[in-house]
Design a protein around this ligand. Structure first.
Ligand code: AMP
Length: 120
């Protein structure tokens, strides 16, 4: 796995060096709108700690933090009022997934019919 790059764009957002359109924040987690949305709701949910990707997070974060993270994803979906209508969660790990930003994040999409999963 690659080393964490402190200059990645989400690290800069966490350090307050560049702005974001914040949706939710607590001590451990930040959620903000994706700058290039592909659905009516498209937010990114990130842990504040440094993990390169989902893989890094599940291997190294420990049960409590992993559980807290996913419970908070549900809390954010509730806050965005998309539990009933439905939502999609995506996370890209590594090269084949074309992960652009090397700080673990989930994409949470909703508020419209998202169609099927297409990858090409
Ligand atoms: P991924 O390919 O999973 O690494 O996705 C990275 C996502 O970050 C893309 O959907 C981008 O549109 C989004 N993104 C990049 N820079 C920013 C930014 N400054 N603020 C919000 N979203 C961003």
């Amino acid at each position: 796995m690659i080393d964490y790059d402190d200059d990645n764009i989400f690290s800069k957002i966490l350090k307050g060096e560049i702005p974001c359109d914040k949706v939710y924040e607590d001590e451990n987690i930040l959620c903000f709108k994706d700058i290039n949305p592909i659905a009516k709701i498209h937010v990114l949910i990130i842990p504040k700690e440094k993990y390169v990707s989902f893989n890094d997070f599940v291997i190294n974060a420990g049960e409590k933090k992993i559980s807290y993270f996913f419970k908070t994803v549900e809390k954010i979906a509730k806050k965005l009022n998309i539990i009933e209508s439905g939502y999609r969660i995506i996370t890209n790990h590594g090269m084949d997934a074309n992960q652009e930003v090397p700080h673990f994040h989930l994409h949470l999409l909703g508020k419209e019919n998202l169609g099927g999963i297409k990858y090409k």
